[in-house]
Structures are given as structure tokens and as C-alpha cells.
Ligand binder design. Structure first.
Ligand SMILES: [Ca+2]
Ligand SMILES: [Ca+2]
Length: 215
């Protein structure tokens, strides 16, 4: 697997959906872990304690929904604002966004190599799909696509179009594929990077999930 870049100084671990714990202390602890251990530090609590993921940017939702095959979907969610941003992607505060923040390249800034890289630690090999919470920018017809890559492939990215000026959940599909099939990836255990690259400035990304749909 390729080189994996660390979270960098702009990583901002946030308290997850809190259930009574002190988010600021947890966030501070997460920052301290990041400083000492980089990306791996954020994983330590997962190994140490499966009971609570408070304070981590990645959330396991093993509660899941049943699938037709009798298995269950498991998903890992990472807030886009907690991913590594490059180029002109910016964090934008918005009460309608999960965690109060989304990311976007400013309108009219144009796209170059701007990217949002979200690192997922996968424990179980399987077939995965990407789900994201997205919204178009102010111009719904020209602020509504990203170039999606998994582990830096494909090199040019898969064009993913969507609609809707309000935030909504969507599964990533290949917009050049007339069949409309959702993207699927066979992933082994370990770290995987899901990237959303700028294709049209002002397109908004709130969070990203890897969803395991089967073996
Ligand atoms: Ca635009
Ligand atoms: Ca968010």
C-alpha cells in the first residue's frame, strides 16, 4: 500500500456525539495523543476500549442495519472536517452540518489538486461502499461533483455527481457509468484512504463513511 500521510497540524479531533462525557477534556486528550503519536495515537483508545469512542473522529456504528444476506452492515464515519485537507479546501461552520462544520473549496476559487483525505482503519476484510453527506454549493448545476479515490486509485479519480442544495446522505457512484451502479471496493484489514478531490468548487462535504456490505 502506498505512502500514507499523517493527519498534520490541521487535524482537529472533535468530541463525538457526546453522551454526558466532557468533550473538551476528551478533545484535549485527543490532541495530546495526536501530538505524540500522530495518526496512530487516535487508534489506541479503540484498541484499549471498545466501550466508548467518545472524542474520536472515527465512529464505529456496529448497531447496523440488517442486509438481505442475513449479515449486518457495519460502517465507520469520519467527519470531513477531521480529515486531512489540502489545497484550498476549507472548514466552514454551519449549524446544519454534522459536527457543526463541513468542508468545501470556496466558490470561484477553481479546482486544482485540492483534496480531502480521510483515513479509515478497517478491522475486517470485505466489500465496502462509500457513503457521504453532501450538499451542492449555491449553483446546484455547477457546484455538485467530486473526484473520489480509494488508496489513491484511480489516478484521475472517479467522477461523483450529486444533487440537492441541502445536506443529505448519498452513496458514491460513478457518474460516467450509465448503469448508475454504486462504487464497490474489496478492502483488506488495515488503513485505507478515501479521498474527495475538488472537481467543482463550492461542492460541500460533511462526512464520509465506509460501509461494509459483505465479504
Ligand atoms: Ca463552483
Ligand atoms: Ca461535518
Amino acid at each position: 500500500m502506498n505512502e500514507i500521510s499523517g493527519p498534520g497540524a490541521d487535524t482537529r479531533p472533535r468530541a463525538g456525539r457526546s453522551a454526558g462525557e466532557a468533550p473538551t477534556a476528551l478533545a484535549a486528550a485527543a490532541v495530546a495523543r495526536e501530538a505524540r503519536w500522530g495518526r496512530w495515537g487516535a487508534l489506541l483508545p479503540v484498541l484499549a476500549c471498545a466501550c466508548s469512542l467518545e472524542g474520536l473522529s472515527a465512529e464505529w456504528d456496529a448497531s447496523s442495519a440488517p442486509t438481505g444476506g442475513g449479515g449486518s452492515l457495519s460502517r465507520i464515519r469520519i467527519e470531513a472536517e477531521d480529515c486531512e485537507l489540502s489545497g484550498r479546501f476549507e472548514r466552514v461552520d454551519d449549524p446544519l452540518a454534522s459536527g457543526g462544520t463541513y468542508v468545501a473549496v470556496p466558490e470561484e476559487a477553481n479546482c486544482e489538486s485540492d483534496r480531502v483525505d480521510c483515513s479509515f482503519e478497517i478491522g475486517e476484510a470485505g466489500t465496502y461502499q462509500i457513503r457521504a453527506r453532501v450538499a451542492t454549493g449555491p449553483d446546484e448545476s455547477t457546484d455538485n461533483s467530486f473526484l473520489v479515490r480509494v488508496d489513491h486509485e484511480p489516478e484521475l479519480g472517479t467522477r461523483y455527481d450529486f444533487n440537492g442544495t441541502e445536506f443529505h446522505e448519498d452513496y458514491v457512484h460513478d457518474s460516467k457509468d450509465a448503469t448508475g451502479l454504486l462504487l464497490k471496493f474489496a478492502l483488506g484489514p488495515g488503513m485505507h484512504i478515501v479521498s474527495f478531490g475538488c472537481r467543482e468548487d463550492a461542492a460541500r462535504l460533511d462526512w464520509v463513511e465506509l460501509v461494509r456490505i459483505g465479504p
